[in-house]
Design a binder for this molecule. Structure first.
Ligand code: SF4
Ligand code: SF3
Length: 553
C-alpha cells in the first residue's frame, strides 16, 4: 500500500505517506490496495463516459456509481476490504456498459470507436487475493518515474479533489439534487487521469475545473438540505445529556438523520448529534422533532472515548469513522458509504434495528446540568442581518472577519486554531464551519453589534454559505471578495477540504492560510505555484498571523 491522501500521513512511519501493513487511520494494506484498484477501474468508466458524452450519450446510473465509489475511499469512510471486492466487480460491469454506450454512440454518429487502453482495458481479478496481486498496476504513484514528481503531485491533487466533489455530490444526490455539469467534469477528470497527462499547467487547470464543479456540488447540497429541511436558523443546542434512552448520529448525512428521527418518533428515545451532524439542529424541519435532544461529544478524533461512554447505539452516516473499540463494537452501525468489517451496516435507510438497540441499552440515567451553544448562522441567517453587519463594519464596531474553519484531527499543531479564535481581538467576528470548530465552539466569545462574535455556519460543505455571504458583502461594499476585511484560516484533514480549497482558488480567493501542514502530495514546485499564483500561506503562529491579517486589511 501507499497512501498520502490525508493530513495525518506526515505522522506515519514513512513521514510523507502511509505504507507497510496499515495507515495512520487504521486502513490496512489490502483495503488500501483495493481502493486504488476501484478508483482505477472508475477511471476506465470515465474514459468511456467522457467520450460517450461528447457524442450526446450519458449514463446517469454510472455517474451515480462513481460518486458513491469515490466517497467510499475518502479518509475514515470505509475500511471493509470485502466491500471493495464487491464494488470493483460492480465497477467493471458498469465499465462494460459505458463501453457499449460509447461504441454504439460512435457508430450511430458514423465514427469508428477508439480502442482504449489503460484503465479502460484493465481486467480486475475476481477475488481478493487476485486483486491484491494486481495492486501495483493501480497504485497512486505507479507512474512516478515516467511522469515526474510534479505531475504525480498535481494528479494526486485532482484525484483527491475529485473525491471531495464526489462526496458532496453524493450527499446532494440522495436528497434529489443533481447537476449534469458535475458529472461532465468528473468524467473529464477521470479521463485525464487515465491518459497519463503530465503537463503540470494542464493538470492544475483541471484541478481548478474541479474546484468550480465543487462549488456546484456545494450549491446542490445547500439546495438539497435547505429544500428538504428549510434554511438553518440561529438555534440554541443543548450540549449536555438528558435522562432517557439515546441514539448518537455522526457524519454529514442529514437524510439519514431524518430517517432515524422518523424511526424513533414517539418511542421515548432521544437522538443526539455528534461531530459534523451538529448543524442538523438548525434546520427547521429537523429541529421540529422534539426528540432531537442535543449534541454529544466533540470532533471525530475523540470518538473512541466518547462512543465507549455513550449509553446507546451509534450510527456513522459518513466520515469520520475510526476503528470501533470492543466496548462499543456491538452497538455501532454504519450507513451509506461507510463500513468496517464485522460492524452492522444499514444499506436501505431502515433504522428500525437502531431504535430496537436503543430500547435494549440503558440510555442516560440522569440529566446533566443544562449547557447550550448557539449555531445556525447559514447564509440566510447572516444575510438576514446584513444591514446590521454592514453598519457595524462602517462604524468600525466590526474591524475584521476571520473564517476559522475546516476539519479537525489529532495533530498537536491544531491548537493553533483554538489559539487563533481565542486571541482574535474583540472587535472581530469569527465565522466557523466544519468539525475543526469543536476546539473552540464552547468558549464564550461574547457579542458584537448585537450579534454573537462566533457565528457557526455549519458543516464543511457550508463553505458554500460562507462564499455566498462573502460575495454579497463584497457587492454591498462595492469591492471584490479579496478586498473585504476577511481572512480565511483553513484547517484540512481529508479530501473534501482539498475540494473546498480548490473551490476557493478557482473563485479567485487569495491569501488563504492553510494548516496544520501542507498536503504531502504537493511538491515544492506545486506549493510554489499555490503561493505565487494564489497567495496561499501555510499557518504560522496564531498571534503573528492575526496581526498580519489585520495589517493587510
Ligand atoms: Fe494514511 Fe490518511 Fe491514507 Fe489513512 S487515509 S492510509 S492515514 S494517508
Ligand atoms: Fe471533519 Fe472528518 Fe473534515 Fe466535514 S468529520 S470536516 S474531518
Amino acid at each position: 500500500m501507499f497512501c498520502y491522501q490525508c493530513e495525518q500521513t506526515y505522522r506515519s512511519d514513512e513521514g510523507a505517506g502511509c505504507a507497510g501493513a496499515k495507515g495512520m487511520c487504521g486502513k490496512d494494506a489490502t483495503t488500501a490496495d483495493l481502493q486504488d484498484i476501484l478508483l482505477y477501474v472508475c477511471e476506465g468508466v470515465g474514459q468511456y463516459l467522457h467520450r460517450a458524452r461528447l457524442l450526446g450519450a450519458t449514463d446517469i446510473e454510472a455517474d451515480r456509481f462513481i460518486l458513491f465509489a469515490f466517497f467510499t475511499t475518502l479518509t475514515n469512510v470505509n475500511f471493509n476490504a470485502a466491500k471493495f471486492v464487491e464494488l470493483i466487480q460492480q465497477a467493471s460491469q458498469i465499465r462494460d456498459r459505458a463501453k457499449a454506450l460509447y461504441e454504439d454512440a460512435a457508430r450511430a454518429a458514423g465514427k469508428s470507436p477508439e480502442t482504449l487502453s489503460g484503465p479502460a482495458s484493465f481486467a480486475p481479478a475476481s477475488d481478493m487475493a487476485g486483486l491484491s496481486a494486481q495492486a501495483s498496476e493501480a497504485a497512486v504513484r505507479k507512474d512516478a518515474a515516467i511522469l515526474g514528481e510534479d505531475a504525480v503531485g498535481a494528479r494526486a491533487l485532482i484525484l483527491y479533489g475529485l473525491k471531495g466533489v464526489c462526496a458532496y455530490a453524493h450527499h446532494a444526490r440522495v436528497l434529489g439534487e443533481e447537476r449534469d455539469a458535475i458529472y461532465a467534469t468528473v468524467e473529464h477528470a477521470l479521463d485525464m487521469l487515465a491518459r497519463e497527462e503530465r503537463d503540470v499547467a494542464t493538470l492544475l487547470d483541471e484541478a481548478l475545473a474541479l474546484g468550480r464543479a465543487n462549488f456546484l456540488a456545494m450549491e446542490a447540497l445547500d439546495a438539497a438540505n435547505t429544500g428538504a429541511f428549510g434554511a438553518p436558523t440561529p438555534t440554541n443546542v443543548r450540549v449536555t445529556p438528558i435522562k432517557g434512552k439515546a441514539i448518537l448520529v455522526s457524519g454529514h448525512d442529514l437524510k439519514d438523520l431524518h430517517a432515524i428521527l422518523e424511526a424513533t418518533k414517539d418511542k421515548g428515545i432521544n437522538v443526539y448529534t455528534h461531530g459534523e451532524m451538529l448543524p442538523a439542529h438548525s434546520y427547521p424541519k429537523l429541529k421540529a422533532y422534539p426528540h432531537l435532544a442535543g449534541n454529544y461529544g466533540g470532533a471525530w478524533q475523540e470518538q473512541q472515548k466518547e462512543f465507549a461512554e455513550f449509553p446507546g447505539p451509534i450510527v456513522m452516516t459518513s466520515n469520520c469513522l475510526i476503528e470501533p473499540q470492543p466496548r462499543y463494537r456491538g452497538r455501532i452501525f454504519t450507513a451509506g458509504p461507510v463500513g468496517w468489517a464485522g460492524v452492522r451496516h444499514i444499506a436501505d435507510e431502515n433504522f428500525a434495528i437502531v431504535a430496537q438497540a436503543a430500547q435494549a441499552l440503558p440510555g442516560f440515567t440522569e440529566d446533566a446540568p443544562e449547557k447550550t451553544i448557539t449555531i445556525g448562522f447559514g447564509r440566510e441567517a447572516v444575510l438576514g442581518v446584513a444591514d446590521k453587519v454592514i453598519d457595524a463594519v462602517k462604524s468600525g464596531a466590526i474591524r475584521h472577519f476571520f473564517l476559522v474553519g475546516g476539519c479537525d484531527g489529532a495533530a498537536p499543531g491544531r491548537n493553533y486554531y483554538t489559539d487563533f479564535a481565542d486571541e482574535a481581538p474583540k472587535d472581530t467576528v469569527i465565522l466557523t464551519l466544519g468539525c475543526g470548530k469543536y476546539r473552540f465552539n464552547k468558549h464564550d466569545f461574547g457579542t458584537i453589534g448585537g450579534l454573537p462574535r462566533l457565528l457557526d455556519m455549519g458543516q464543511c460543505n457550508d463553505a458554500y454559505s460562507a462564499l455566498v455571504v462573502a460575495t454579497k458583502l463584497a457587492e454591498a461594499f462595492g469591492v471584490g471578495v479579496n478586498e473585504l476585511p476577511l481572512s480565511l484560516i483553513v484547517s484540512w484533514f481529508e479530501q473534501k477540504a482539498a475540494a473546498v480549497l480548490l473551490t476557493l482558488l478557482a473563485l479567485g480567493v487569495r491569501n488563504v492560510r492553510i494548516g496544520p501542514t501542507l498536503p504531502a502530495f504537493l511538491t515544492p514546485a506545486l506549493v510554489d505555484v499555490l503561493v505565487q499564483k494564489f497567495g496561499v500561506q501555510p499557518i504560522g503562529d496564531a498571534k503573528s498571523d492575526i496581526a498580519a491579517s489585520l495589517a493587510r486589511a
